[in-house]
Design a protein. Structure first.
Lengths: 287, 156
């Protein structure tokens, strides 16, 4: 727990604060000691915990899969290879069902999204105080005030992480649209739907309206993608934190919520992957 | 909940992982899957071929078995025939041999009988002569006597 006797509000806020390293207007490049300091850093700051865990888990994913891929035999697969093949086939089938264009990228992209997001979500099942307390102990060893050592374990409860991935997907959507339909096709898609008219003048009047509608549609894709994952995991994490505050009764409650959450984290990883495939197939397909 | 550089960092990490996955993970796993698919297909193919071969071989074996059975029956029949024939031949030979031996024995007996008859006749005639000699007691001359004996011998 944060500090010696934190109020529930302090406890929750402490849990929801990232370990931020950034350029503070007064203290220069440093680790933020409070939420205020972190927000004062503005854009030029990074969340060490989010990036650390996400990169660590990403490395775990790629290295594990790479290890299997190197040793992949055509004979009887071992346990781990079986698992990897299961994942690969599952993703491959999902992609084949939905995405009808030709691309070397979509399937590995989907696999990465699914496994990575799943692993990041999985951190949610680690009891909420374990790793932050460990971090506080480590921080204390380096002379920091334990009350000001923040540590948020689940990267997907940081909107930066989800939005970072969603914007990458967004960039891919635009890239694929332009690749398949050309720049004029992209512009046309933004301005000539859903209202169109054979009359040039009327069409000209429709263009701004269409652009407004289509731009919102386009921008809604990455935003909804990011916020859906973030919202689900943030809410789940918040409930874990609330449960952690109620004393002994937290044990059955925590267990129940964790079991339910296994479903949520898998589902959210799957939804993020599936929507990515759907958006990209929409970008590729002609109307 | 501040938007900051983390977003960029996450995007870069994301791009890196996707690239790594696309470059080093996906192709070998898919290759292995494809290879295994091919292997299994080949295996199934071979299995069906083998079962077809097995069926053929069974058919052939049955055919051969049937043929050899027929042959065996034929050989058996021939052997039966041959043995019957041999028995008949042997019987015939034995019969002939017996007949031959019987006739030989008969002729020997006849010869013996004839010889015995001759001997007997001679002895009888001699006895008769002796008897007659005794009866006549040298009353008859030698010449008449010889004539008489010869005549007697001829008549016998």
């Amino acid at each position: 727990m944060a500090g010696n006797n934190p109020t529930p509000t302090e406890y929750i806020q402490h849990h929801l604060q990232n370990l931020t390293f950034g350029n503070h207007p007064e203290h220069g490049w440093t680790i933020a000691h409070s939420a205020e300091e972190a927000s004062e850093m503005g854009f030029w700051a990074i969340h060490l915990d989010t990036l650390g865990w996400s990169i660590g888990l990403g490395l775990l994913f790629v290295l594990l899969f790479r290890k299997v891929a190197v040793k992949a035999t055509t004979g009887v697969p071992g346990g781990l290879q079986n698992f990897v093949e299961l994942m690969v086939e599952f993703v491959d089938n999902s992609v084949k069902d939905t995405f009808h264009g030709k691309s070397q990228l979509i399937a590995p992209l989907s696999l990465t999204i699914f496994c990575w997001v799943f692993l990041m979500n999985l951190m949610d099942l680690v009891p909420v105080d374990f790793l932050p307390m460990l971090a506080q102990k480590v921080g204390a060893m380096f002379g920091a005030d334990p009350a000001h050592v923040y540590f948020k374990v689940v990267p997907t409860t940081d909107v930066n992480a989800t939005l970072g991935m969603a914007l990458s997907v967004f960039a891919l959507i635009i890239f694929y649209t332009i690749r398949e339909k050309g720049f004029s096709g992209f512009i046309g898609e933004l301005t000539l739907h859903p209202f169109s008219s054979p009359n040039k003048l009327v069409q000209g009047l429709f263009v701004p309206v269409n652009f407004l509608l289509e731009a919102v549609t386009l921008l809604a894709k990455p935003i909804s993608l990011a916020l859906r994952l973030f919202g689900n995991l943030y809410a789940g994490e918040l409930i874990f934190i609330l449960i952690a505050m109620i004393g002994l009764w937290q044990l059955p409650l925590h267990f129940t919520w964790a079991v339910f959450h296994i479903l949520v984290i898998t589902l959210q990883a799957f939804i993020f992957m599936m929507l990515t495939i759907v958006y990209l197939s929409m970008a590729v397909e002609k109307h | 909940m501040n938007l900051n550089l983390t977003l960029i960092g996450q995007a870069i990490a994301f791009a890196f992982f996707v690239w790594f996955c696309m470059r080093f993970v996906w192709p070998p796993v898919m290759q292995a899957l494809r290879d295994r698919q091919k292997k299994i297909a080949d295996g199934l193919d071979a299995a069906s071929r083998a079962s077809r071969d097995l069926e053929l071989a069974e058919q052939q074996a049955n055919e051969t078995l049937r043929e050899s059975k027929e042959q065996a029956a034929e050989i058996l029949e021939q052997a039966h025939k041959r043995s019957n024939q041999m028995i008949d031949e042997a019987r015939e030979q034995a019969r002939q041999e017996g007949e031959r031996m019987i006739t030989q024995a008969k002729s020997e007996i006849e010869q013996e009988m004839n010889r015995a008859k001759d001997e007997l006749r001679e002895q009888v005639s001699r006895l008769a002569v002796v008897a007659a000699e005794r009866i006549l007691e040298s009353s008859i001359d030698e010449k008449r006597h010889a004539e008489l004996v010869d005549k007697l011998a001829e008549e016998l």
